[in-house]
Design a protein around this ligand. Structure first.
Ligand code: PRP
Length: 202
């Protein structure tokens, strides 16, 4: 998503030099010097924005649903389109007695989803390669991101149901939205135009 997000930002007039991107520096200045970028893991984006270390961030809706971060979400960037879904071994029977074992990187989303249906679950939290869990018998099903569906298919899994669609969102710190209103509004406006242009072309 980073490449797509940087392309959208460049279209909105906020550019990072190729040299800065090629470096291992985690905080770099934009070419015009008006913005400073920090590069962090997806789950950490709302943390930096909620604490006001970053005024704005780009992060998937999946992460926002999981973290429940208290940030503003003024713009859908319409990139990084995917869905959060329940998946299980192809042909696995849906009906089973007892506790459903669910492996996931999204424990809160998974617990809320099955909780709302009154399905008793044991959530097994993993940090990646979640698709392995049903294959190796660690879990009955998974809750994970599905983009092309290739990882599921190549591991003999299939989507059982979609929990939520996800795209990248521009998120803004609540205080920055007020205190830096002109700059934040200008960025939202420029990005909004960039999103429209990209989507008109495709
Ligand atoms: C994500 C997700 C799936 C995969 C889905 O994993 O967790 O594993 O992408 O993509 P697909 O539907 O196009 O196959 P990620 O690349 O973030 O790696 P991870 O498994 O290490 O979390």
């Amino acid at each position: 998503m980073q490449t797509e997000a940087l392309a959208l930002l460049a279209r909105a007039g906020v550019r990072v030099s190729p040299a800065a991107l090629a470096s291992r520096r985690l905080a770099v200045e934009a070419e015009d010097g008006d913005y400073r970028f920090i590069f962090v893991k997806p789950a950490d984006v709302p943390v930096y924005v909620e604490h006001g270390i970053a005024d704005c961030g780009v992060v998937g809706r999946d992460v926002l649903l999981e973290t429940g971060a208290d940030v503003l979400q003024p713009l859908d960037l319409k990139i990084g389109c995917c869905r959060l879904a329940v998946a299980a071994k192809e042909g696995a029977s849906g009906a089973r007695a007892g506790v459903l074992h669910v492996a996931t990187k999204y424990p809160r989303v998974a617990a809320a989803h099955f909780g709302s249906r009154g399905v008793p679950v044991e959530i097994i939290e993993l940090s990646g390669s979640v698709e392995l869990a049903p294959v190796l018998g660690l879990a009955d099903c998974i809750v994970d991101l599905v983009e092309t569906g290739r990882t599921l298919a190549e591991n003999g899994l299939a989507v059982v149901e979609t929990i939520a669609d996800s795209t990248a969102r521009l998120v803004v710190n609540r205080a920055s939205y007020q205190l830096k209103a002109p700059a934040v509004a200008a960025l939202i406006e420029a990005l909004s135009e960039a999103v429209k242009t990209v989507n008109r072309k495709s």
